[in-house]
Design a protein around this ligand. Structure first.
Ligand SMILES: [Zn+2]
Length: 300
């Protein structure tokens, strides 16, 4: 219970998720067997987190295509979570970051080269900050040697639900509808950068369609990960309903529960850090901080 409490202390909750208390005991009980089984075998506790896909292509939100201080802070946060679990249970914990950039970058208009560069830099960062409890796993590891487009085709062919199935789930409301709305909002922001010249309503139609396809591929990736990592606890960056197979988790302290490091910049303020969209940080008067000739974050 202590181990699960550490994780649930950073739980990202749905607004109407039905979770109770500061730490939801119903959610905790749901994951007890997985943790108990690891402990009975003296194994480390494994978590799987589909996240850190690629930077948003919208320059109004981020500093560029590579991970920066926003990612570094999130990696440190996740590694420290594992360290605290290690204090409670010495075999410890590890989080496998299952980067989903390659899974849907084509839908976001992000190049495969940028996905590769982002993943490499993330690996380098994990090494540099000594985040020994974090590992990275990508679609490239599943279908090594295949072309990028071919990887996505194989993943979808084997694991994706049909668009009709997804539409029916979203129409039924609840968590799938919240997820669909959240992703549509991100697509709208990501694709309404300075290069977009069409009408707002055409963009909205396109984003609603793309959101379904992003969810379709994410679901495929998630199901494949469930098969590859059957004894791991599934974390998610999206808020989750109470006592389901996934635990929604925050990647740091941020006022907007939907904001992630790859959709924002890190802003130093009052001795701490927060995440903001780049344009908002600049409007608020924040100035960029450069390390080694590259902007890494802002100071307000
Ligand atoms: Zn709950």
């Amino acid at each position: 219970m202590e181990v699960i409490r550490e994780v649930l202390a950073h739980q990202r909750r749905m607004r109407d998720g039905g979770c109770t208390g500061r730490i939801c005991l119903r959610c905790a009980r749901h994951h007890l067997d997985t943790v108990r089984s690891a402990m009975e075998n003296g194994r480390r506790i494994d978590f799987v987190l589909p996240a850190f896909p690629t930077k948003s292509p919208n320059p109004a939100k981020v500093l560029g295509p590579l991970p920066d201080l926003a990612e570094e802070l999130a990696l440190r946060f996740l590694n420290e979570l594992c360290e605290r679990i290690g204090d409670i249970y010495p075999p410890g914990a590890a989080i496998t970051i299952c980067s989903d950039g390659r899974v849907f970058n084509d839908l976001l208009g992000v190049s495969d080269e940028n996905v590769t560069a982002y993943a490499h830099e993330l690996d380098r960062m994990i090494g540099e900050i000594g985040a020994g409890h974090l590992e990275q796993f990508t679609l490239d590891d599943v279908y090594s040697g295949a072309g990028h487009e071919e990887m996505r085709t194989m993943l979808s062919g084997a694991w994706a639900p049909s668009l009709d199935e997804l539409r029916a789930e979203v129409r039924a409301g609840g968590a799938p509808l919240a997820m669909y709305r959240g992703i549509t909002r991100f697509m709208l922001e990501d694709l309404s950068g300075p290069d977009y010249t069409g009408t707002r309503s055409a963009l909205q139609r396109r984003c609603r369609d793309l959101a379904y396809r992003v969810i379709q591929r994410s679901r495929a990736w998630g199901d494949l990960l469930g098969r590859l990592f059957p004894s791991a606890i599934r974390l998610s960056i999206h808020p989750q309903p109470c006592s389901t197979e996934k635990i929604g988790i925050l990647l740091g302290d941020t006022p907007d529960a939907w904001l992630t490091p790859w959709h924002s910049v890190a802003v130093e303020r009052d001795g701490g850090y927060t995440l903001m969209k780049r344009a908002e940080a600049e409007r608020a008067g924040a100035r960029a901080v450069f390390v080694g000739g590259r902007a890494t974050h802002y100071v307000l």
